[in-house]
Design a protein around this ligand. Structure first.
Ligand SMILES: Nc1ncnc2c1ncn2[C@@H]1O[C@H](COP(=O)(O)OP(=O)(O)OP(=O)(O)O)[C@@H](O)[C@H]1O
Ligand code: SF4
Ligand SMILES: [Zn+2]
Length: 335
């Protein structure tokens, strides 16, 4: 017997929603997912009318679906947002160069402008060069620290008011679990925040905080969105991989486990003892970008690279356009 969509009762059900187990037709699934994201945006005041919003776009499924849904909702509900795509080119040949081609097509498909900034222009190094210099061991530490700052710098350069990232419910549940495993109580208290960096010039928001990864993949698949799905050539087998699998197993055994993990972190309150202080966001004394230390992690890592790490036989000083030799400088508006 043909199963009908439980929402419209007219069309044939095309899928079972992983989050709610509802049997829906494609159109009702699109509406349900888009409406949930809209409710998340409204209930958490993620945006205000007239804001300029950088959509951090890697070309992967999450940020591609995010760009698509934000464009749709901005038109449908008159959010009044000035959206643009912001991509960071880490300089990983055979991976990021291909995914950036996808983002360039998305620029045309969604009709929103794209800004690409590269590690090469910001830091004087590509990830390919960094991996050649340091080997495969700590590449993601460098890459993660540089990307975080590069996105902030790109958003500032483009005069954005906010930045939206494609982090989804599975990503956040994994981070909650990792912070529990590491006993990192301060991070546990803030890792599920839907808005971060509120004291910075461009706070970051996560409109997909409650959206399941499987549903993002289904949405992209049924809508035939143009996205890039290859894994980074330098991706390690790390703790996150195991945590990712564990979260998926938990969800299989008990649906809503992902939501419950997120809720656990939301309801967790860090009890700050008298005399104890939490890190506050200040400015790096060298590059001037946001940092909770005197010198930010990006500057520390870059200094190590430029000095030449022991036994690697490299010693070179590279600088950023207009910056002090070997140190990253603020990128001016013409870059
Ligand atoms: N190179 C990049 N340029 C711009 N934004 C990025 C880049 N890499 C990651 N991001 C942003 O950070 C978010 C999380 O990235 P991450 O690589 O952890 O997850 P992902 O699940 O693979 O995301 P995606 O499917 O969008 O690639 C992305 O959704 C995107 O918004
Ligand atoms: S897997 Fe590591 S090296 Fe590759 S893009 Fe991600 S953080 Fe960078
Ligand atoms: Zn710095």
């Amino acid at each position: 017997m043909v199963k009908l969509c439980c929402a419209c009762q007219k069309e044939k059900a095309a899928l079972k929603r992983p989050k709610t187990s509802e049997q829906l037709c494609k159109e009702c699934f699109y509406s349900a997912l888009e409406e949930e994201v809209h409710q998340t945006i409204v209930q958490h005041n993620l945006f205000s009318p007239g804001e300029r919003v950088a959509v951090a776009a890697s070309g992967g499924k999450d940020s591609t679906v995010l760009a698509h849904i934000l464009t749709t909702l901005n038109n449908r509900h008159n959010y009044g947002l000035d959206l643009f795509l912001l991509s960071i080119d880490e300089g990983i040949s055979g991976y990021r160069d291909d995914s950036l081609e996808t983002v360039k097509r998305n620029e045309q498909q969604y009709g929103i402008p794209l800004k690409i900034l590269s590690y090469q222009e910001l830091y004087g190094w590509t990830m390919d060069e960094i991996v050649r210099a340091i080997g495969h061991k700590n590449n993601c530490t460098f890459c993660g620290v540089f990307r975080r700052q590069a996105l902030d710098r790109g958003a500032a350069l483009m005069k954005a008011d906010k930045m939206a990232t494609g982090h989804n419910a599975d990503d956040i549940a994994e981070t909650v679990l990792l912070n529990i495993l590491r006993g990192d109580v301060p991070r546990l208290g803030r890792c599920a925040n839907i808005i971060t960096g509120e004291d910075s010039a461009q706070p970051r928001v996560k409109p997909f905080k409650y959206t399941y990864e499987k549903e993002i993949v289904m949405y992209a698949f049924f809508k035939k969105l143009d996205y890039f799905s290859t894994e980074c050539i330098y991706a390690p087998f790390a703790a996150r991989g195991a945590a990712r699998e564990f979260v998926k197993d938990l969800e299989m055994a008990r649906p809503r486990a992902i939501c419950d993990l997120i809720r656990s972190a939301e309801e967790f309150r860090l009890d700050v003892k008298e005399g104890q202080t939490l890190p506050t966001a200040g400015k790096c004394q060298r590059c001037g970008y946001i940092s909770s230390q005197d010198v930010c992690k990006a500057c520390v890592l870059l200094e190590g690279l430029n000095k030449g790490l022991p036994n690697l036989g490299i010693s070179r000083t590279r600088g950023t356009k207009g910056g002090k030799a070997g140190l990253p400088a603020a990128v001016d508006a013409s870059t």
